[in-house]
Design a binder for this molecule. Structure first.
Ligand code: SF4
Length: 618
């Protein structure tokens, strides 16, 4: 790469940037291995890339990117909105190193008022386009359940499934205890039922003052008209509703729905905090932290927005940001289409909304502080590992391999990866053992590690520390696999499960400590029970075990679904199940005679003969 006048950009890269079309689209920076390392979008590809390459316009922040990139590829779209969608898809596809990626696997709890002649109210984690009316998201499943408990006690709406509703001949217990008007069979005043639905909607939207005021009026009227029983019921309902309304933090009093973004960066880390405000109340918050590659703030916030709402988060009618986005119009248009209601993206400069953004920023600052505290703890744990296990360096990336065999049949292995004490699931790997017959854990481990190390050499991706599940024997196999390839890293240790030993003077069994076997040392190291290092090693080992078992289970289930019986004419799922259940397995079925098979209900001699012939050939 010959540097240009800018000093950091190769001539080829600069030429590609200059040749980019002056149109909206997406650009992909690639490294010398042709790996996509950054995906961005622009209203005008040529001017965006030109400003990147020239520098001097405040965008020198991406110098690190230009040093790594050797080529840039452009994909033109018809407009900025399409570019936003494409950018999100490409980030998901390539997971580029320098793009931020939101790890938000939390699904939101919402409440649906179903589309039905007599709707019911249910908790859901999925928002579908099914005509139902959705409310939320809510803090947690438990807070929703509490609210729904109140709804059920206070409003006499049906709770049964549609199938039950259709088939009822008489009202169920819910009606007898006064919690349902029983529209399943009784003549119910529709206006009355809908009135309850309206009140439930107010409660779920957090519009409690409105709800309470309406109910107070109703109660007064009932009392004035000497309908005392009804007035008493309303009083009890009001009490229940007032209790649920307590404890909800009011952020603004005009009852708006907003997502408020806050941003904070410091010392190589950045944090975005999103306050989710519904009906003026803070109902949830989300925090995302990432390595700060010094990208411009609006680019970071834009990226979070794209992924946050692209990932299915409910879209509010107003989004407050700490910074103005040049593509706010395109984003508004896209979100408006999705919400089917006007969405506004605002970067408030003063007043109450600005204070809310500042509050989100303050939350981001605190979250970053907590995250860095966690980082420091991880560094301490890594340092403890280095010291106690006499490693060359403090391990930040740790992998663990686990071999799993089921009843001497197929053997599988898992390798799980942890970065800074947290599972890096994207780098988990599963292996089917190819070269080993029967059960031989040592040979299986040698095969897996050989495969893992070779792939690691190719991709320049080996962990700092490898943990094998087992003692001296397993450690020896792993070290041999490493030596076979002429490698001297990763460092390897064996973690042997605690051994049960009986106490001669007592029938009680006591557990010895976990032991860590190190290369070249006869005696294992025993880490203190309270050690963070031990806790991390155990976590990594248990995760590898869990992952291998899960893989095994899925293979077994697949094998159970795919059987030689599938190819036999006249055998459907029911007969397959019957045969396997009766004879225990395919092996059992193969041992059975034609007469034994024919004796089963619905099989008969002809089919039994076909079965025996088909599976014998297999
Ligand atoms: S009374 Fe009827 S409508 Fe009400 S919950 Fe029971 S079955 Fe459903």
């Amino acid at each position: 790469m010959s540097p240009s006048a800018g000093g950091d950009v190769s001539e080829a890269l600069a030429a590609q940037g200059a040749a980019a079309p002056p149109r909206p689209g997406v650009y992909l920076f690639k490294d010398d291995q042709a790996r996509v390392i950054y995906v961005g979008k622009a209203k005008n590809l040529r001017s965006r890339l030109g400003s990147y390459m020239r520098g001097g316009d405040g965008r020198q922040q991406i110098v690190f990117l230009l040093r790594k990139a050797t080529q840039v590829e452009c994909l033109v779209t018809r407009n900025e909105k399409e570019a936003l969608i494409l950018e999100n898809n490409l980030i998901k596809q390539y997971k580029p190193r320098y793009n931020i990626r939101l790890k938000d696997d939390k699904s939101y709890v919402s409440v649906a008022m179903t589309k039905h002649a007599w709707p019911r109210v249910v908790v859901t984690r999925r928002i579908r386009k099914d005509g139902a009316r959705y409310f939320g998201p809510f803090h947690s499943a438990s807070s929703v359940r509490e609210t729904l408990d109140v709804v059920r006690k206070v409003f006499p709406l049906r709770t049964c499934s549609d199938a039950v509703f259709r088939n009822r001949q008489r009202p169920c217990l819910e009606h007898q205890i006064g919690r349902c008007l029983a529209p399943c069979v009784l003549p119910v005043d529709r206006e009355d039922y809908e009135g309850h639905l309206r009140q439930v909607a107010l409660l779920l939207e957090g519009r409690n003052e409105e709800l309470v005021a309406g109910m107070e009026r109703e109660m007064q009227l009932a009392s004035n008209e000497e309908r005392f029983e009804e007035a008493a019921k309303l009083r009890d309902r009001l009490r229940a509703i007032r209790n649920t309304a307590q404890g909800q933090e009011v952020l603004q009093h005009d009852g708006g729905d907003q997502d408020v973004f806050g941003f904070y960066r410091e010392g190589g880390f950045a944090e975005v905090q999103i306050l989710i405000v519904r009906a003026g109340r803070l109902v949830a918050n989300r925090s995302f932290g990432f390595r700060d590659w010094n990208l411009p703030e609006e680019e970071l916030i834009g990226s979070v927005l794209t992924q946050f709402y692209g990932g299915g988060h409910p879209i509010p009618p107003q989004i407050l940001l700490p910074v103005e986005l040049a593509d706010a119009d395109a984003r508004e248009e896209m979100l408006t289409e999705r919400l089917e209601r006007r969405v506004r993206i605002v970067a408030p400069q003063r007043g109450r909304k600005k204070r809310m953004v500042d509050l989100a920023g303050e939350n981001a600052r605190q979250a970053l502080g907590a995250r860095r505290g966690e980082d420091e703890r991880q560094s301490e744990t890594a340092e403890e590992l280095r010291r106690r296990l006499r490693l060359r360096s403090a391990p930040r990336t740790i992998e663990c391999v686990d071999i799993s065999t089921f009843q001497g049949s197929s053997t599988v292995a898992s390798v799980v990866a942890f970065d800074d004490g947290a599972p890096a699931t994207a780098r988990y790997r599963r292996y089917r053992i190819r070269t080993v017959e029967g059960t031989d854990d040592f040979a299986s481990m040698a095969e897996v590690l050989g495969r893992r190390f070779r792939a690691g050499i190719e991709a320049d991706d080996l962990p700092d520390l490898l943990v094998v599940d087992g003692g001296r024997g397993q450690l020896g196999v792993a070290l041999a696999a490493l030596a076979d390839l002429g490698l001297d890293s990763p460092e390897i240790v064996g973690l042997a499960k605690s051994r049960a030993r009986s106490d001669a003077r007592s029938v009680a069994m006591e557990r010895s400590e976990e032991r860590v076997f190190l290369p070249g040392r006869v005696n294992p190291v025993v880490l203190p029970r309270s050690s963070g290092a031990l806790f991390l090693l155990q976590r990594v080992r248990d995760e590898a075990h869990r992952f291998a078992i899960t893989y095994h289970r899925s293979l077994r289930q697949k094998a159970a679904r795919e059987s030689p019986l599938d190819a036999v004419a006249g055998i459907g799922p029911e007969r397959k199940k019957l045969l396997l259940r009766h004879f225990g397995s395919m092996a059992g079925l193969r041992r059975a005679s034609i007469e034994e098979i024919a004796a089963l209900a619905g099989i008969g001699k002809t089919l039994a003969r076909t079965i025996v012939a088909s599976i014998a050939e297999d």
